[in-house]
Every structure is written in C-alpha cells, then in structure tokens.
Ligand binder design. Structure first.
Ligand code: ZN
Length: 606
C-alpha cells in the first residue's frame, strides 16, 4: 500500500487560488503564490490563444486589475507587452492578485454569473516564466453567500484534497496540464457510464429536459467504438475519467477538446427528450459533436503535429497538418455513429452526401488547398468574411472528405485488408500513447510515409493532389469498390439559381455572399447589397425573394434593385439552372453491399 501524499508535503513552486468574487459583475479573483521568484524579477504571462481554436484572442485583455506583494509589502509590476508582466525583484515569496472579467459564453473563454461559472485555465491562470514545467496547486473556492451553497465543481483536474464534485484543492503536473482541464461550477445535472474501464460523465448546465437514459445509451457505444479502434485488444480508454461539460443555450453550437474532457455548447432542443422517437437531425448533430471532441482525446490531444509540441501560446503556431487533426477527426466523428449502431448506414450515407455536397458548392476549393487552409487557419478560416466561399476551403469538411478518400483508397488497394484505422493505430502507438512523457509529434511531411508503413499502400500521389492540390476527388472511382453508387444532383430544390446567399439582418434583406461566376455575380451584384425589389415588387425578406424566384424559369431575366451603401442601383440577372454540385450516395444491393457493411460496421482487417 502506498501512503497518499495528497494535501501534504511542501508548498508547490506555484499555487493558485481562484474564487468568483462578484458573479453579477462577472469577476473571478485569482491569487497566485510563487515560492521562489526569479532573482532578476519574476515574469508572468497569459496565453494569447487556447489550443484547439486557432485564433489570437488576447485573453489578458480581460485582466481588469492586478497587484503584487512580497513579505507583506507591495511590489511593482511592469507590463512588458499585451500579455506579460514583470515583478520587481524580491527574495521572498511573491503573491500576485488579479481579477478576470468572465462574460464570454463560449467553450473558449470564461463565463460567470449568479447561475454558474466556467473557465478555461488559459483565461484565468497566469504562467510563471521559467516554471512552466513545475507542478502546481489550485484551490477553487465557492462564491460567498448562502445561495451558492448548492454549487458543485465539475473538472478533470487531479484532486489534491477536494472531494469528488467538490470545491477545494486540485493539482497539475505542469502549466500545460493546468490549462487543459476546464472547470464548471454551479448546480449542473450529471449522468454517467463506464466505457473502456473509465468513468464517463455528461454534465449539463443550463435549462434542459434531457432524457439522460437515451443520451447515455447512445454516447456509451460511441465511446466504446472509438476505444476499440485505438485499442482493439485491450479495449482500454486512454484516460481514467472523462467529462462531457455541456452548456445549453437557445441555439448554440460548439466544442473544444481537452485531454480528459470536452467543453460543449449546444441548443437545448438538440438534446434527447423523454418520448422522442428516432434520431432527429439536431440530436444527431449533438452526438456528432460529442463524438468529434471525444476522438480528439487521441487525435490532437496526444497524437499531435510536431509544431504543437510544445505549444507556443503567445503567437500563432503554424502547421499544414490540421487536415489530419481536424479533417480525420471530422471523418471519424460521424463514422463512429454508424459503427456504434446509433445511426443506420442509410442515415450515414445521407449525412456523408450532404457533407460532400457542401464542400463541392464552394468555389474557394479551387483556389486554396487544405494544406494551405490549415496553415492560414489563423487569418482566414477563423476570420471568415463575405468572400470566404470564393476564397477558402475548410480543412474540416474537405479534410474529412480526403480522410474518407484515403480510407477507401487503402481499402481498395489492400484488397480490403487494411484501412485508415491502421494508420490511426500506428500514429497512436508511435506518438500518442506516450505523448505526455516523450512529447514527440508528427512532422509536417510525415503522413505519406506513416500511411505506407501502416497499410503498405503508397498514397503520396493522392496526398499531393488532394491535400496540396485543389482538384476534386474522383468520387465514383473511390466508392465503386465498396459498392456505393454516386449520383450527381442539384443541391438546390429551386428551379433557378441566383448564386448568392440571401439573409435577413437587422430588418433588411442582404446578400450575405455572392458566388463567383454565378448569375448574381455576372449581373454585378455584390455581397452586402441590400435587396429592395425584384421585378418591381418590394422584397421584405429572404423568403419573399426565394418565393418570387421559385415562380421563374431558367433563362429568364429578373431585375433586382438594391441599396449599395445609400445609393439605389438595379441589376439585370440572367437566372440559370442550379448547378449539379451535390451528390447522392446509395448502397447498391448484393455482394458489394457487404463491402460497404464492412467499411461502415467494423475494422477492415477483422
Ligand atoms: Zn475538432
């Protein structure tokens, strides 16, 4: 037997205390104690971005006050840049106290009011320069007041004295670990299950009427399918405890992966309710999101690009490999739903058809490759403007298509003995399972070699074309060996095509985006134009315009009047037939169908 060391032993090099001090003003107060500050003046810094979300967010702008003391006396703090401070020299321990404004209801920041608190460590914990590899402790305190007595804590931080679900002391082996365990506090509901020997809990914050029984019945096999993919023999989860930290809102959607948990935001209407039949689209979307983030527990939290090892959190970290880490994950998220038996093969093929159609609709796919899209995520994918559809491609959705195309190529060329699963397992064995001790990641040009090693199939030409080039995928050729028929369809149901996305915004009807080389563009219309009339009839909504266009024929000319800025302009638009950029996938009956079954139901080499 081993003596427990939790809560005992000497003070750690860095210790934090965090407490909601004014929930109505959305303020957390953090006190940071550094036992032995640097002799030349301790530097402190806050990340500018959060791993998994590739945008500079400058979290330090939410530090609204900061001060320091040492040996009971005030110490000056110099601000060196937007997220770095330096304390005056001192030979005694240093205490830094600061308040953080937390009013960002997203999975990426921090949020606090009288109903709950949520934070990512990247928003609230300053790092002590030079001590990032040292173990830390953090004491999480409840807000003052009897109304907060029922509050509990949900986090995968290691407990160091705190009770399960309790406020109190937690610890982490390093700063990197500290900021990878978000914390939820409040009066959430939970439901749990065991998968791969690990306790999994769904934690739901916010109004909801979830049928937990149904949710658990679906989530558990999804987790088990993923565990079986990476560890087909042992079937062990890579963590001992996992949390799905879910916040419900009216219409939110988003998720962020962490090493033993995920933070999710979803529309409350997407969660299952008692008496619900089948799997409505919204619920499938939620399951796909949960599946996506869970898959990241392996792919990106442990199997990582070398460029993210370690993360450089004060500036952009560039990699051309997000098509592997987000694209492969996006391919497997829905695939796991069908493998787990949560959706049928027909439902999966419908979902896949829709996803492929969405990629093929955007002209930007001919200008930007998914390697470039990965590299430029910081300034382009995460900063999309009205021209995005014409200029960029998503490393998520086209990355998922490329993952599928590589999977089907490997299956065909290995006579259905190998698959992308073998590649995932090799990446897991070589890089993922020991990541936190070895810290090695995948080099930028390593994927073709890894795939060949795992499967014996050389896909370097395909990767050149599909990942570094911008050509469309040969869908019919890819799907034929698994007995799936590819039919080209028009993505739009309307008889004519304008080639613009029309939305209602602030009481006006706007062209949100205009696709290059489509009728609206050819006529001279532009994104941002405010639609006033069509053929002399007033247009009061996007729906009104669509209804009017639905009564026209291809080849017909309509006159559209818009305000561009404050000037009235008219454009003659030559409407055309909607392009057949969509696809419909259907499994063909017979022997080939068993191959589709093999692809969608199990691992190829079983
Ligand atoms: Zn992701």
């Amino acid at each position: 037997m081993k003596k427990s060391s939790s809560g005992t032993g000497k003070t750690p090099a860095v210790a934090y205390q965090i407490k909601p001090v004014d929930p109505a003003a959305h303020l957390f107060e953090v006190t940071m104690s550094i036992r032995q500050p640097a002799a030349d003046g301790q530097k402190l810094w806050l990340p500018a971005w959060i791993p998994g979300s590739y945008l500079i967010r400058d979290f330090a702008r939410n530090i609204v006050s900061i001060s320091a003391t040492s040996a009971g006396k005030p110490i000056s703090l110099d601000k060196l840049d937007k997220d770095t401070w330096q304390a005056q020299r001192t030979r005694s321990a240093l205490q830094v106290t600061y308040r953080v404004y937390a009013w960002d209801l997203s999975v990426r920041g921090a949020h606090l009011d009288q109903s709950h608190g949520f934070f990512n460590g990247t928003s609230v914990f300053l790092a002590a320069s030079g001590m990032e590899e040292q173990p830390v402790e953090v004491t999480i305190k409840a807000p003052d007041g009897t109304q907060y007595k029922p509050w509990r804590i949900a986090t995968t931080l290691t407990r160091a004295g705190a009770k399960l679900w309790g406020f109190g002391r937690y610890k982490a082996a390093s700063y990197d670990e500290l900021i990878d365990h978000p914390v939820e506090m409040g009066t959430f509901d939970t439901a749990g299950f065991t998968a791969g020997g690990a306790r999994h809990e769904v934690v739901i914050t916010g109004a909801h009427d979830t049928d937990f029984k149904r949710l658990v019945a679906d989530l558990k096999p999804i987790c088990e399918a993923q565990i079986a993919l990476f560890d087909p023999k042992g079937k062990r989860a890579p963590v001992s405890r996992y949390l799905f930290l879910t916040t419900t809102t009216a219409d939110g959607y988003g998720g962020l992966e962490h090493r033993a948990s995920t933070a999710l935001i979803c529309a409350r209407k997407d969660l299952p309710f008692k008496g619900m039949t089948g799997t409505p689209d919204g619920y499938q979307t939620f399951l796909g999101l949960a599946s996506h983030e869970y898959f990241h527990t392996w792919n990106v939290k442990r199997i990582k690009p070398a460029r993210f090892s370690p993360y450089r959190l004060n500036e952009e970290s560039y990699t051309r490999l997000l098509w592997v880490f987000e694209g492969f994950t996006s391919y497997y998220d829905d695939l796991m739903l069908v493998r787990a038996g949560v959706i049928s093969q027909e439902q999966y093929l419908q979902t896949l058809s829709r996803n492929i159609s969405n990629v093929q609709r955007v002209p930007g796919r001919h200008l930007q490759s998914i390697a470039e899209s990965s590299f430029d995520a910081w300034t382009r994918f995460y900063k999309q403007d009205e021209n995005a559809a014409n200029a960029i491609v998503s490393y998520y959705s086209k990355g998922a298509m490329v993952a599928m195309a590589l999977d089907l190529t490997i299956r065909a060329q290995s006579k259905h003995r190998r698959s992308l699963d073998d590649v995932m397992r090799l990446m897991w064995q070589r890089y993922g399972k020991d990541f936190f001790t070895r810290g090695a990641g995948i080099e930028e040009d390593e994927m073709p070699g890894l795939i060949q090693e795992a499967t014996g199939v050389d896909v370097s030409r395909e990767i050149r074309q599909w990942v570094y080039g911008t050509s469309d995928l040969p869908l019919s050729r890819l799907f034929r060996p698994v007995g799936i028929d590819v039919k080209k369809i028009t993505a739009d149901k309307a008889p004519v095509w304008l080639g613009a996305r029309v939305v209602d915004r602030h009481g006006t009807t706007l062209l949100a985006s205009v696709y290059n080389d489509a009728p609206a563009h050819a006529a001279g219309l532009s994104a941002g134009d405010q639609v006033i009339a069509c053929d002399g009839q007033r247009i009061g909504s996007a729906d009104a315009l669509n209804k009017l266009l639905a009564r026209t024929q291809p080849g017909q000319m309509v006159q559209i009047a818009v305000f561009r800025g404050d000037l009235l302009q008219t454009f003659d638009v030559d409407l055309c037939v909607p392009p057949s950029s969509g696809v419909q996938l259907t499994a063909t009956p017979g022997r080939a169908r068993t191959r589709a079954g093999k692809w969608l139901a199990s691992q190829a080499n079983k």
